[in-house]
Design a protein around this ligand. Structure first.
Ligand code: ZN
Length: 153
């Protein structure tokens, strides 16, 4: 496992639509392992493949100390609305208010190519939506209705 460099806002890779994963192979497993290492080291909640420069439909989340891997993900149900502060590892030190669903149902494949459906609420729902947006080339900054005060050192 190795950590990968996190691409920052302004890099055109973050504005591109990602292509589906076609092969559930060793290369995919290696990428996922590296993404997990990178996310843990950065102390984030979620990480999408384009954030490490890979234009494929993959993201991971670290919710309540559980790693969720989502390959070719789709949000098939959204309910409720919550407005809360959100940030992104590609947009350091900027936090803003974004309205997201209170809960979502995520349909995705795991690294072995098995399809699953799972419901997420609150942070998990927010993160699943945020990471799904990355796969469409969209950053949360486009959805912010009010910026939060930056944290002071
Ligand atoms: Zn992000």
């Amino acid at each position: 496992m190795a950590t990968r460099n996190i691409v920052k806002e302004g890099d055109s890779v973050l504005a591109k639509k990602c292509r589906p994963v076609e092969r559930y192979d060793e290369k995919l497993a290696l990428l996922l392992d590296d993404m997990i290492e990178t996310l843990k080291q950065a102390g984030g909640v979620g990480l999408a493949a384009p954030q490490v420069g890979i234009l494929r439909r993959i993201f991971i989340m670290d919710i309540n100390d559980e790693i969720i891997e989502a390959i070719n993900p789709e949000i098939i149900k959204r309910s409720g609305k919550v407005r809360d502060v959100e940030g992104c590892l590609s947009v350091p030190n900027r936090w803003g208010y974004v309205t997201r669903p209170k809960s979502v149902v995520l349909r995705a494949y795991d690294r072995n190519g098995n399809l699953y459906e799972r419901k997420f609420t609150d942070l998990g729902a927010r993160c699943a939506c945020h990471e799904s947006d990355h796969l469409e080339g969209q950053l949360f900054t486009a959805l912010v209705d009010e910026w939060a005060e930056p944290e002071r050192e």
